[in-house]
Design a protein around this ligand. Structure first.
Ligand SMILES: [Zn+2]
Ligand SMILES: [Zn+2]
Ligand SMILES: [Zn+2]
Ligand SMILES: [Zn+2]
Length: 159
């Protein structure tokens, strides 16, 4: 009985000590974080050529908004490539998702879909399927074949 009380006391003592230690550990951490946030730092892309230097607390803002070396992706929303911010302008010129004007229907198409579009663009000119040598916009072909292609064989009711 006496022993048990004794051990309880020790246990309580240890617990209160642990608590105090925890508090003491927390406070210096806060202190260090405060120190760091007002500390000057270089950009994490310094070695890649970004010369930014500023407060640690501003680093994220710099990376998100104007670091030339941060990998970003907002040229065209379809493009999933990550590109250095300072390379964006060049990437815009070669990106597969850059907008190209279809010469025939004047619609804006992503470069990567242009070939596909040309295969069904209504104003793209093609030869008549029935080899009558007529060359006309795709959208008129069906009508031409139905109505005036010399190679269409019409069923004659009188024969
Ligand atoms: Zn930077
Ligand atoms: Zn791209
Ligand atoms: Zn087109
Ligand atoms: Zn024809």
């Amino acid at each position: 009985m006496y022993r048990k009380i004794f051990f309880n006391k020790i246990e309580k003592f240890n617990m209160s000590r642990r608590k105090r230690n925890n508090n003491e550990q927390l406070n210096p951490m806060h202190f260090i974080q405060k120190m760091l946030s007002t500390k000057e730092t270089y950009c994490k892309y310094k070695n890649e050529g970004c010369n930014w230097k500023g407060l640690l607390k501003d680093l994220n803002y710099h990376l998100d908004n104007n670091c030339p070396k941060e990998k970003v992706n907002f040229v065209y929303k379809e493009c999933k490539e990550k590109i250095n911010r300072d390379y964006l302008d060049k990437h815009k010129l070669i990106c597969n998702y850059r907008k190209i004007l279809c010469e025939d229907c004047k619609m804006e198409i992503c470069f990567i879909y242009l070939n596909e579009h040309r295969k069904k663009c209504p104003k793209f000119k093609i030869f008549c399927y029935q080899n009558c040598d007529l060359y006309l916009e795709r959208r008129y072909i069906e009508q031409h074949i139905k109505e005036d292609c010399p190679n269409t064989i019409f069923n004659c009711d009188f024969m």
